[in-house]
Design a protein around this ligand. Structure first.
Ligand code: TMP
Length: 211
């Protein structure tokens, strides 16, 4: 049995082009330079068979019913749950670019029932912290390559933003709201300051699951 301290499970969420990928990678490198064992992952994981189906949908080469793609996104997380758990218990901190909340926000934004959207992810590991990069949508459209994939449309992203706000309101104890229009440096500093405390707290707490 592993007797050391577990790693923290840290998730970045937000609309497309809100800076999640940049900030999650930066946090990974900051923590790595401090000697923390880090694994960086992202959802959807397009490398699996299910991920390939998701990629075909996102790049508009295949159409699927809203409920079907929703369940595929969830299955794509379920197929990784054991490896995330193993890493965390081995003391590795897992930094994840999008997770369950993107699943609920994007499908609910299409009009799929919110509770139905949350149900398939019950039982997945719950993050110790979620950094929610809340964006000003008008600013986001000017960021690079916005508009190439299925969901990258301004009206739709507004609806997704409303769903993320709803998720945040229900989970503000471990969600950290960040203003995505701030400078990269300001955001990096804000995230790094919170992350240290998250790692310390997680080390003392058992893993929990999404209820
Ligand atoms: P990405 O740009 O971060 O690779 O994500 C691809 C798209 O998939 C993005 O528009 C958000 C969307 N998405 C969902 O609709 N449901 C999910 O469960 C996840 C993880 C992403």
């Amino acid at each position: 049995m592993h007797v050391g301290k577990r790693g923290a499970f840290i998730v970045f969420e937000g609309c497309d082009r809100s800076g999640k990928t940049t900030q999650s990678r930066h946090l990974s490198s900051v923590l790595t330079s401090k000697g923390v064992d880090i694994k960086q992952i992202n959802f959807p994981d397009r490398t699996t068979t299910i991920g390939g189906m998701i990629n075909a949908y996102l790049t508009n080469t295949q159409d699927l019913k809203d409920e079907v793609i929703h369940l595929l996104f969830s299955a794509n997380r379920w197929e990784c749950v054991d490896s995330i758990k193993k890493d965390l218990l081995a003391g590795t901190t897992v930094i994840c670019d999008r997770y369950s909340y993107s699943g609920a926000a994007y499908s609910a934004a299409k009009g799929v029932d919110f509770d139905w959207c949350c149900a398939p992810d019950r039982g997945l590991l719950e993050p110790d912290a979620v950094f929610y990069l809340k964006a000003n949508l008008d600013e986001l459209t000017s960021r690079g390559s916005y508009g190439e994939e299925r969901y990258e449309k301004l009206d739709f992203q507004r609806k997704v933003g409303e769903q993320f706000d709803r998720l945040y309101a229900q989970r503000s104890s471990y969600w950290h709201l960040l203003d995505a229009s701030k400078s990269l440096q300001e955001l990096q500093d804000q995230i790094a300051a919170v992350a240290d405390g998250v790692l310390q707290q997680a080390a003392e707490q058992p893993l929990s699951t999404i209820k």
